[in-house]
Design a protein around this ligand. Structure first.
Ligand SMILES: Nc1ncnc2c1ncn2[C@@H]1O[C@H](COP(=O)(O)OP(=O)(O)OP(=O)(O)O)[C@@H](O)[C@H]1O
Length: 253
C-alpha cells in the first residue's frame, strides 16, 4: 500500500495548431489503501491523469509522487489495467499471468504456483491452460486483473476496465474487484464514466471537470448494500449536479 499524490499537475497537448489543456492544476491525494474512482465528462483529463501516474507521460507543471518519490517513468510499483485486456494471444491464461513474474526474475516453479493461485482467486481455475480466443471478454479481463495483481503493485491504475462488458458481467467484475481490494487493500485509481460503478466500488469518488478535481467525496460503506439507500442517492445527485453544471459552464451557458 502506498500514497499517490497529484500536486498541481498541468498537461497540455498540441492539436493541429491549437494547445489543448488536458490537466489544469490538478491536485488529488490517494491515501494508503484508498480506492478512488474518477468520474467526469468526456475529454476532461481522466486518462491523462492515469497516464501520468503510470509514467507513460510527464506533466508540464506540478508533480506526481508515490510515497513522496516523483514518478518519471513506468515502474514495477504500479500496474495498469486497460479497457482492452491486451493478452498475448499465443500464450495460455497462466502463461500470460506469468510474464511479469518472469521479468521480475522469479523461477519457473514459483511463477507457475503464483499464476495458478491468482487465477483460482479470480474464478478461472478451469481456464488456466486456455488461450485468449477461447475465453469470453469477461474472462479475458479477469486474466488482465490477475496479471496486474500478481505483481503485487503498490498502486493499481485501472482505466475504464469494464466499459466494454455487458451489464451482468460488469457487475460480476465489480464484485471481483471489490473482493480483491478488500483482500490486498492496494491503493487504486479507477477511471469510469459510470457514477453507479463508482458508488459500487470506490471508497472515495473524485469528480473531475476541465482538467481539475472539483470534489473528492467519501462513500459510506453502507451505501453498497442498497442501491436505493438515501445516502447513495444523495451522493449520486450531488455528482450529477457537479458534472451537469461543469458541462454547461464549459459550453458557456
Ligand atoms: N496524446 C494526445 N495528443 C493530443 N491531445 C490529447 C492527447 N491525449 C489527450 N488529449 C486531449 O486532452 C484532453 C483530455 O483527454 P483525456 O483522454 O485525458 O480525457 P478523458 O476525460 O479521459 O476523456 P474520455 O472520458 O473521453 O476518455 C482531450 O481534449 C484530448 O483530446
Amino acid at each position: 500500500m502506498s500514497e499517490l499524490k497529484f500536486n498541481n499537475v498541468s498537461k497540455r497537448y498540441q492539436q493541429t495548431g491549437t494547445i489543448v489543456s488536458a490537466l489544469n492544476g490538478c491536485t488529488l491525494e490517494l491515501e494508503e489503501g484508498d480506492f478512488v474512482c474518477v468520474v467526469g465528462p468526456s475529454g476532461t483529463g481522466k486518462t491523462t491523469l492515469l497516464n501520468i501516474a503510470a509514467g507513460f507521460e510527464n506533466p508540464d507543471e506540478g508533480m506526481v509522487t508515490i510515497d513522496n518519490e516523483p514518478i518519471t517513468r513506468p515502474g514495477p510499483d504500479r500496474a495498469v489495467v486497460f479497457q482492452a485486456p491486451n493478452l498475448f494471444p499465443w500464450l495460455t491464461a497462466a502463461k500470460n499471468v506469468e510474464q511479469g513474474l518472469k521479468i521480475k526474475g522469479l523461477v519457473r516453479s514459483q511463477r507457475k504456483k503464483m499464476a495458478e493461485d491468482i487465477l483460482h482467486e479470480v474464478g478461472l481455475r478451469h481456464a488456466l491452460h486456455k488461450h485468449p480466443h477461447q475465453l469470453s471478454g469477461g474472462m479475458q479481463q479477469r486474466v488482465g486483473i490477475a496479471r496486474a495483481i500478481v505483481m503485487q503493485p503498490n498502486v493499481l491504475l485501472m482505466d475504464e476496465p469494464f466499459a466494454a462488458l455487458d451489464p451482468f458481467v460488469r457487475a460480476e467484475m465489480q464484485n471481483l474487484t471489490l473482493k480483491m481490494w478488500k483482500k490486498w487493500r492496494t491503493t487504486t485509481l479507477f477511471i469510469t464514466h459510470s457514477i453507479d460503478e463508482a458508488l459500487n466500488i470506490g471508497n472515495k469518488i473524485a469528480v473531475m471537470r476541465a482538467g481539475k478535481i472539483e470534489d473528492l467525496i467519501k462513500v459510506p460503506q453502507t451505501s453498497l448494500a442498497d442501491p436505493t439507500a438515501a445516502a447513495r442517492q444523495s451522493i449520486k445527485q450531488h455528482i450529477e449536479g457537479l458534472i451537469e453544471s461543469g458541462v454547461k459552464h464549459d459550453r458557456g451557458n
